[in-house]
Design a protein around this ligand. Structure first.
Ligand SMILES: C[S@@+](CC[C@H](N)C(=O)[O-])C[C@H]1O[C@@H](n2cnc3c(N)ncnc32)[C@H](O)[C@@H]1O
Length: 202
């Protein structure tokens, strides 16, 4: 908790009190879970990936998927300097085909301790269908951005761009879907742009 106090801030748009550093929070959760095998959908320059890699044991494994290798390679020297690059299996690809491939293999059913979804928002529902099969019972899926800049609870006249407004309905749909899914217990945290943790219970 001491660490969390250091990273509390105000959300830039909604003014909500939020923990600013989501990656630091992920790092703590993964350590508490003793997670060993994780899946990350959406890497960018590898900030959350580094936080994850630092939390896993020496023989921990992260399958990280992103179609943009250039950004991953931009952050890679930092990951290497931290001595955790050996834990990462980076796949340069759209996530859906990789997830579909994994689902064909019996080994990967219930394989992951933790899944972090932080990629194209349009596909979160498609990811949920798949990652529910890939995470173990007792494991956790984290969905990023589920407060969507505070718009999921904002008045309709809240001043945001067309894209943000359009995606707001997707997040409302996702949030309702997650809340109603009997296979998981959920907890929505006001960290950064909102992080929903889903623990698979069946
Ligand atoms: C918000 S960034 C990820 C940030 C990273 N998780 C972090 O916290 O440091 C979103 C990433 O999702 C990736 N992305 C977009 N569409 C994707 C897809 N279909 N499959 C996998 N990754 C995708 C983008 O290339 C981008 O790097």
């Amino acid at each position: 908790m001491k660490e969390l106090r250091h990273i509390t801030a105000k959300h830039p748009w909604s003014g909500m009190a939020v923990a600013a550093d989501e990656a630091q929070f992920l790092n703590m959760i993964l350590k508490l879970m003793n997670a060993k095998r994780t899946l990350e959908i959406g890497v960018f320059t590898g900030y959350s990936l580094l936080a994850t890699a630092l939390a896993l044991p020496e023989d921990g494994q992260i399958l990280a998927i992103d179609p943009d290798r250039k950004n991953y390679e931009l952050g890679l020297p930092v990951i290497e300097k931290a001595g955790v690059a050996h834990k990462i299996d980076f796949r340069e690809s759209q996530a859906l085909p990789v997830l579909d491939e994994l689902m064909q293999e019996e080994k990967y059913r219930g394989w992951f301790d933790f899944v972090f979804v932080d990629a194209d928002k349009e596909n979160y529902m498609n990811y949920h269908k798949r990652v529910m099969e890939l995470v173990r019972v007792g494991g956790v899926i984290g969905y990023d951005n589920t407060l969507w800049s505070g718009t999921v609870v904002a008045e309709p006249e809240y001043p945001v761009s067309e894209y943000v407004m359009e995606m707001k309905d997707r997040f409302l749909e996702l949030n309702r879907h997650l809340a109603a899914d009997p296979r998981i217990e959920i907890c929505q945290l006001s960290i950064s742009d909102g992080l929903t943790l889903c623990r698979r219970i069946s």
